[in-house]
Design a binder for this molecule. Structure first.
Ligand code: TLP
Length: 346
């Protein structure tokens, strides 16, 4: 059993620390000036990433947010409309940057990423009219963070993609956790990414790299995206020291299954406790969203956990989010359940 002083950090999978293997690869990394395209490690990572998701080219960027925003900038022009789920990360958590940077208008749609998605998209599409903006882009997200980390099947993605393409719209996939979707459903990631024109995925979430995301698409798209990366200050020079950890991170993909198992154990255990409610079928990957009854209340329960060295994040007035990852073991999960039981029975 872990010491009480140990922190078990379930706020996010972004908190993972680089592994020893990553630090060694970073130490050994061959580097060059990536703005000149001369960093061999970055080039290797970009080539490997593009092949992995079945696209012509990829671009290494400092963060998922920057990858998404470069995609929005590259797909659109000022004044265009972007359709996306109202709970999607680009709409909910990216500081309003589509308006700030690309000057686009967001059309947040409820349920776009759910089973009614195609109907919701159809209803959101408007015919040409002098009063309307030009709709240009649809953004998807898989796994769906605020949807409890649920997986959107390739069929669901295909339905939305085909509908968007019929209307001449591009589709960008926020695939920050697309490998969690692939591993959870035991389907090659390319079966998901074939239904988008561009995809961003993160190395610094459950894959445990310290920094970095990839944006992938066709060669012309990535060439234009590269200019926007420079414009946003994301040209990182000897970034091979970071990309080296990213290459190691890609080898970790099959290990995500362990995080998913831990999330299921955590969810099943918490769901049995008084005052906690979990929609168990929605626990499909490494995210567990817990609804806390007014008694004890989400904030009070989170504070009691924090006092015992267990961290989670607020996800709404009555909701907490717990995310499993490499730095949380099965023993840690058992300990969290024991502490939660003690708190709720006090
Ligand atoms: N998500 C973070 C927070 O920003 C909420 C988290 O803890 O889950 N797309 C998705 C679906 C994400 O979940 C995130 C990060 C991003 C993009 C942005 O990635 P970064 O943090 O690298 O900018």
């Amino acid at each position: 059993m872990p010491q009480e002083t140990k922190i078990i950090d379930l706020r996010s999978d972004t908190v993972t620390k680089p592994t020893k293997e990553m630090r060694e690869a970073m130490y050994r990394a061959e580097v060059g000036d990536d703005v000149y395209g001369e960093d061999p490690t970055v080039n290797r990572l970009e080539e490997k990433a593009a092949a992995l998701v079945g696209k012509e080219a990829a671009l290494y960027v400092p963060s998922g947010t920057m990858g998404n925003q470069i995609a929005v900038l590259t797909h659109t022009a000022r004044g265009d409309e972007v359709i996306l789920d109202e709970e999607s990360h680009i709409c909910y958590y990216e500081v309003g940057s589509p308006a700030m940077l690309a000057g686009v208008q967001l059309k947040p749609v409820a349920g776009l990423l759910g089973p009614e998605g195609p109907d919701r998209l159809r209803a959101a599409l408007r015919p040409e009219n002098i009063h309307f903006p030009r709709t240009r882009l649809v953004c998807l997200e898989n796994t769906f963070n605020r949807g409890s980390g649920t997986v959107m099947s390739p069929e669901m993605m295909a339905n939305l993609y085909n509908l968007a393409r019929e209307r001449g719209l591009s589709v960008h996939l926020d695939g920050a956790r697309i490998f969690n979707a692939a591993v959870a459903s035991d389907i090659d990631v390319k079966e998901f990414t074939r239904y988008c024109d561009s995809v961003m995925f993160c190395l610094s979430k459950a894959l445990a790299a310290p920094v970095g995301s990839l944006l992938a698409g066709d060669a012309d798209f990535i060439a234009r995206a590269r200019k926007y990366r420079k414009a946003l200050g994301g040209g990182m020079r000897q970034a091979g020291v970071l990309a080296a950890a990213g290459l190691v991170a890609l080898d970790r993909i099959p290990e995500l299954a362990e995080d998913h198992k831990n999330a299921k154990v955590l969810a099943a255990g918490l769901a049995e406790l008084p005052g906690l409610k979990i929609d168990l079928p929605r626990v499909q990957t490494n995210i567990v969203v817990v609804e806390v009854a007014k008694q004890p209340g989400a904030a009070t329960f989170a504070a009691a956990l924090e006092a015992r060295g267990i961290r989670c994040s607020s996800f709404g007035p009555d909701q907490l989010r717990f995310v499993t990852h490499l730095d949380v073991s099965r023993n840690d999960i058992e300990y969290v359940l024991q502490v939660a039981r003690e708190i709720l029975q006090e």
